[in-house]
Design a protein around this ligand. Structure first.
Ligand code: ADP
Length: 170
């Protein structure tokens, strides 16, 4: 099942893993990354320090500490420079690599944030299309491995864009 919800990803209780829109250093930051580290507590930063960063488009996994889920998958979305710097492929890689890592850990229920559409300024319509296309293709190739993929969106405009895109893939 794929769905979108309006809310705070640090509060979702129906998934085993949440996907953080992190940065290359993996040492916390603003936006959703800051919110996740704040709720998870300082142990998360301690574990992140052992990972030595993450390349754009790649994903790494940690425990979730004080968050209500089991794992945090940290993926680094591309900064939008106008579209000619491989941004679309890099964002697709974020979703593909996060799903792959989840599957390798037996995670069947996963919640994504809207990667790259905050301070990284990726246009929401394009990002939502890439997100839904990449994940629905992954689910087609791994039909029995997931029970739930959801996007937890922080504002109603972003949610309406993802919801419209979701309808195209249902
Ligand atoms: P990026 O640097 O990848 O653009 P941001 O954290 O700036 O990441 O923004 C990504 C999206 O996450 C934005 O839509 C932002 O509104 C949203 N966001 C911020 N805080 C939260 C939260 N607590 N839960 C879910 N989404 C959030």
């Amino acid at each position: 099942m794929i769905k979108t919800i309006l809310g705070d990803i640090t509060k979702v209780t129906d998934v085993e893993a949440i996907v953080n829109a992190a940065n290359n250093l993996l040492l916390g930051g603003g936006g959703v990354d800051g919110a996740i580290h704040k709720v998870a507590g300082p142990e998360l930063l301690k574990e992140c320090r052992t990972l030595h960063g993450c390349e754009t488009g790649e994903a790494k996994i940690t425990k979730a500490y004080n968050l209500p889920c089991d794992y945090v998958i940290h993926t680094v979305g591309p900064i939008w420079y106008g579209g000619s710097h491989n941004e679309e492929e890099l964002l697709a890689n974020c979703y593909y690599n996060s799903m792959k890592l989840a599957m390798e850990h037996g995670i069947r229920k996963i919640a994504f944030s809207s990667i790259s559409t905050g301070v990284y300024h990726f246009p929401v319509e394009k990002a939502a299309h890439i997100a839904l296309e990449t994940v629905s293709q992954f689910l087609k190739e791994h039909t029995n491995d997931f029970d739930l993929v959801e996007w937890v969106l922080f504002d109603s405009h972003t949610q309406s864009v993802y919801e419209a895109e979701l309808k195209k893939f249902m």
